[in-house]
Design a protein around this ligand. Structure first.
Ligand SMILES: Cc1cc2nc3c(=O)[nH]c(=O)nc-3n(C[C@H](O)[C@H](O)[C@H](O)COP(=O)(O)O)c2cc1C
Length: 462
């Protein structure tokens, strides 16, 4: 079965979606819009809802983008974990998947927040582990520059290990709450972590009981070498960015092979490329939406968006000239840049041609057409081992989400490619993943200090 996720961010993925008459009239801090989006996605039996995140207001020095583009800048948005905790109360099955950075946070605090979300949602939390794509975030955390990639990923790896150790603090049956004996908990069922590493010293235990899912589902999206390794070691879900099927297949094969090298089952790691879907009952309906959105952006904004996705200012280059070489590494998001560079070289594209390809999909692949055409493309990528499912991006919210749910989901179900019911209640059940066994730390057993031991003995003797 395919796995499908979609973004909860209520502005569609197209740069101009918020201006389209079929988009929500207002989205900024409008909780009802998020709740309704979640409900439509759950009606479609999507595996997960995704909320991307960063820790700064971006593009303030790029007037065109700042003025026109809420979807990339996210200038005013809820804290993802808080929003997901609310959405947990309005939904029953759908996974709640949000980003949190390992570069500008602490493992104890984050393990506690995701632990809380997993409890509040009865086992539907998923953490998108990012090292942070946005250089400007550094300026809000006492730094003058984004941390270098190797260091970010080194810290991320230790960060995730510490979180897992903290989630192993309590056995599932530690809180006995036995009124008759007066024992609220069983002290033999808790362990300290006593982690003393390069980046963190964390004693533990975590002040959150064993999570319904053991650990939240872990997702990751880095495509650089250390990004792929982090995902291979820890991720249950991996996003990818690929603008051609061949590129997606290369990533898929490479990533699954890495998973095997780390002793994990490749079928238990789901690879989901992003794809923006323009669908209608007819091809003409899908084309119409595409054209209406294209009308709403100027070439200057298109080039500004392309510049943003490839981390290079293209405004000084002739728009009908070739794309410049983008093979050099950047500090931030390498993945979109690499996909754009590969496609430009493969097809010898001009800047104008490239922005027209990239803008409608917000940097991701685009599938457009009637129901059969869209379902055929999704099926082909799935069967040809380019994907285990997809991160479906909606050009216009809520219109495109509702269209996908009404048209594409039933067709995928008819072909036996997608579920008709949720198999259980937790996200691990939805994804077919086991609950990880609790790791036991031999040095973490609870041992009371001397005076406490005395007090306990006295209490027991009474
Ligand atoms: C679908 C998708 C969603 C992402 N969401 C975020 C996000 O919310 N916040 C963020 O900082 N980076 C996000 N990223 C970026 C990656 O997690 C990663 O940090 C980035 O690609 C840099 O790592 P790399 O150099 O290993 O590719 C996302 C990437 C993809 C493909």
């Amino acid at each position: 079965m395919m796995n499908l996720m979609t973004g909860i961010f209520p502005v569609g993925s197209h740069l101009a979606s918020w201006r389209h008459p079929k988009s929500w009239p207002k989205v900024t801090m409008e909780l009802d819009v998020f709740i309704e989006t979640a409900r439509i996605a759950e009606q479609g039996k999507f595996d997960m809802l995704f909320l991307a995140d960063g820790n700064a207001v971006r593009s303030m020095d790029e007037p065109l983008m700042f003025l026109a583009n809420p979807s990339v800048n996210r200038p005013s948005t809820y804290d993802p974990l808080m929003l997901m905790a609310v959405l947990a109360q309005y939904t029953k099955h759908i996974g709640l998947f949000c980003t949190a950075t390992t570069t500008y946070d602490e493992p104890y605090l984050l393990a506690r927040r995701f632990g809380s979300l997993d409890h509040l949602s009865k086992g539907r939390a998923c953490w998108n582990v990012v090292t942070g794509s946005y250089e400007i975030d550094a300026l809000n955390f006492g730094l003058s520059r984004h941390v270098a990639r190797e260091q970010r990923y080194e810290r991320a790896e230790e960060f995730v290990r510490v979180c897992k150790g903290l989630w192993d603090s309590w056995a599932a049956d530690a809180f006995i709450e036995d009124k008759a004996s007066g024992h609220f908990l069983d002290p033999s069922k808790v362990q300290r972590l006593n982690h003393d590493g390069k980046h963190f010293r964390v004693q533990g235990p975590l002040n959150v009981g064993r999570l319904p899912q053991g650990y939240p589902v872990i997702a990751s999206a880095g495509q650089s070498e250390p990004g792929r390794e982090l995902a291979a070691k820890h991720a249950d879900v991996i996003f990818s960015i690929a603008l051609t099927k061949e590129e997606a297949q290369e990533f898929y094969a490479d990533q699954k092979a890495r998973v095997v090298r780390h002793g994990r089952d490749p079928d238990k790691v789901r690879i989901l490329p992003g794809v923006t879907v323009y669908v209608g009952e007819t091809e003409a309906e899908a084309d119409a939406l595409w054209d209406e959105l294209a009308e709403l952006i100027t070439p200057e904004v298109g080039v500004a968006m392309l510049s943003k996705l490839c981390w290079t200012d293209l405004s000084g280059y002739p728009i009908d000239g070739p794309m410049p070489d983008l093979s050099g590494e950047v500090l931030g998001m390498q993945s979109y840049r690499k996909a754009i560079d590969d496609l430009a070289k493969q097809k010898n594209l001009t800047i104008r041609e490239m922005y027209k390809i990239v803008v409608p999909g917000a940097g991701h692949l685009t599938f457009k057409g009637n129901v059969t055409q869209v379902a055929d493309q999704l099926e082909e990528w799935y069967r040809d081992k380019a994907a285990d499912g997809f991160n479906i991006m909606m050009p216009v919210h809520p219109y495109s989400l509702q269209r996908f749910v009404d048209l594409v989901i039933p067709e995928l179900q008819r072909r036996g490619l997608f579920r008709t019911e949720y198999p259980g209640t937790t996200l691990r059940e939805t994804l077919g993943l086991e609950v990880p066994p609790r790791g036991v730390n031999p040095n973490g057993a609870w041992a009371p200090a001397k005076h406490q031991k005395h007090a306990l003995t006295t209490a027991a003797a009474k």
